[in-house]
Design a protein around this ligand. Structure first.
Ligand code: NAP
Length: 495
């Protein structure tokens, strides 16, 4: 399908963010929109992460759109394939396919102050838009460590978010680098196939019991026939998860959870020396809490080795650790996470004066309400700075932002230029940072992807998510400069 020359709203991405945004815009009567998708299918994170065992760690009744409940989830915590299918079904139900341009990677999006429009270049042509909305996601660009000597490696390498399904792992000598949320899901799946599996752990994570189970036919029938029943289930999951927020903000309260996780470790790992190496050295909750029943058992398989010495170098057919031990490997799989606070999107989006997001942010992403950025008129970011959460569903945050943006667009009534005031953004960001200072993420003694290269927590929302929703319930126009196209505000952004 060809690109239109101009649209009112251009949306980047077709994950939960992009799809949710498009649906709500259409419901608000804004149909002049296009979704730009770099891949050849929709689904964002749930399209890209196809690694064995990929499963959401938030219950599905909550990890789904509030306006599109799925009574047929097969498990309480659904797998990647089922969530991906859900997103495709939602897109079909709301007739979004015609608005999506696949294979259109946004290579540059620059604010043109003269026309009061965004000039967008994609890998397959250009267009302009009045409004630009990024739904590019937090966890979309894989981060691969620059291991010394990796260029000499003659075997296969791939990242968990770009799983090579053509590659046969059976019988191979495999190295897995990383022990985060992704690795703890795929390691138990590939361990039985591997000839030998070496798991390279830099930091031992806290792990708690999973609790996933099949959703019975009776439950599904109930959700199908009595819709409020599913809303009650969703509400109960939401409320239960919100009660844990207090402990994230007051780390001393994490002791109970730490005890439960320690008990899980003792129950599943008998060897005290192995247990010692698997014992986390930071406060529970400082990094994302991992849930798994099969991670510790997988590490105790006779063909699996946990390596805690740092990787010194990679050779043609092996990995050498600092203690001098050389392990022969055929394949290296990276479970090493994503570019989060240094997202490549930061170089693509250019605001006033041609300054990129990356230049303005200088390593510390900042936004007003996690959504609007001073110096970037008519631009909104879904799951922007400090909208991440560790305890509940990101979809809840997305829907809060989507409702706010729809109101903002109504306020602009099609012809205007809207930009958050620098002062409003600064005071919002300072307030968030002071709340985060004593949180477990900042003070829990760990280094995580929540902290940017300047050591600031630019990822997480501090506190209950209903407070975020309440804050964004009304579009606070007084915090914005609103002008007609001909008289756009000219204040330059401060770094
Ligand atoms: P991650 O949490 O960032 O974990 C990356 C792992 O790689 C960590 O163990 C890290 O060690 C290690 N690592 C990074 N660079 C390394 C290096 N140079 N040498 C050795 N080890 C290195 O990434 P992820 O597991 O892909 O998960 C990312 C996020 O995706 C999660 O936090 C979660 O939000 C989301 N996710 C969610 C689910 C779900 O079920 N919903 C599943 C998967 C992922 P350190 O700890 O020492 O840094």
């Amino acid at each position: 399908m060809t690109l239109p020359e101009h649209v009112r709203v251009a949306i980047i991405g077709t994950g939960f963010s992009g799809l949710g945004m498009a649906i709500r815009l259409r419901q608000a009567g804004i149909r002049d929109l296009v979704m730009l998708e770099r891949a050849d299918d929709l689904g964002g994170t749930w399209r890209d992460n196809t690694y064995p065992g990929c499963r959401c760690d938030v219950p599905s009744h909550l990890y789904s759109f509030s306006f599109a409940p799925n009574p047929d989830w097969s498990r309480t915590f659904s797998g990647q394939d089922e969530i991906w299918r859900y997103l495709r079904a939602v897109a079909e139900e709301y007739g979004l396919e015609g608005d999506i341009r696949y294979g259109h990677e946004v290579t540059s999006a620059a604010w043109d102050a003269d026309s009061g429009r965004w000039q967008i270049d994609t890998s397959r042509g250009s267009l302009t838009s009045d409004v630009l909305i990024s739904g590019a996601g937090l966890l979309s660009d894989p981060a691969t460590p620059a291991l010394a000597g990796i260029e000499r490696f003659a075997g296969t390498t791939f990242h968990s978010a770009r799983w090579d399904h053509e590659h046969v792992l059976a019988g191979e000598r495999i190295a897995v680098v990383g022990t985060g949320a992704s690795a703890i899901q795929f390691v138990p799946q590939i361990a039985p196939l591997a000839g030998r599996l070496h798991v390279f752990q830099r930091t031992a994570p806290w792990i708690v019991r999973h609790g996933d189970r099949a959703v019975s036919q009776l439950e599904r029938r109930l959700y199908r026939s009595v819709r409020p029943a599913q809303m009650v289930a969703r509400g109960a999951i939401y409320a239960g998860r919100e009660t844990s927020v207090l402990a994230f903000m007051h780390p001393r309260l994490m002791r109970v959870a730490e005890m439960l996780a320690t008990r899980h470790l003792h129950k599943q790992v008998i060897d005290p020396r192995l247990r010692e190496r698997l014992k986390p050295q930071f406060t529970f909750g400082c990094k994302r809490i991992l849930i798994s029943d099969d991670w510790y058992p997988a590490l105790q398989r006779p063909n699996v080795e946990l390596v805690t010495d740092e990787i010194a170098e990679v050779r043609e057919h092996s990995i050498v650790t600092r203690d001098g031990i050389e392990r022969e490997v055929d394949t290296i799989i990276y479970g090493t996470g994503f570019h989060v606070t240094d997202t490549p999107m930061g170089d693509v989006i250019k605001g006033r004066g041609g300054r990129t997001l990356a230049e303005v942010w200088d390593g510390s992403p900042k936004a007003y309400n996690g959504t609007s950025i001073a110096g970037f008129p008519n631009f909104f970011m879904l799951l922007g700075p400090n909208t991440g959460i560790g305890h509940t569903s990101a979809v809840y945050m997305i829907e809060s932002q989507v409702a706010y943006i729809v109101q903002a667009l109504r306020h602009m009534s099609g012809a205007g230029v809207l930009e958050v005031r620098q002062q409003a953004q600064d005071s919002y960001v300072n307030d968030l940072q002071s709340q985060l200072g004593s949180s477990v993420w900042n003070a829990g003694g760990c280094r995580s992807w929540y902290l940017d290269r300047n050591g600031r927590n630019s990822v997480l929302w501090p506190g209950p998510t209903w407070r975020f929703r309440a804050r964004l319930r009304r579009f606070d126009a007084e915090q914005y400069e609103i002008a007609s196209r001909d008289a756009a505000p000219v204040a330059a952004p401060s770094a």
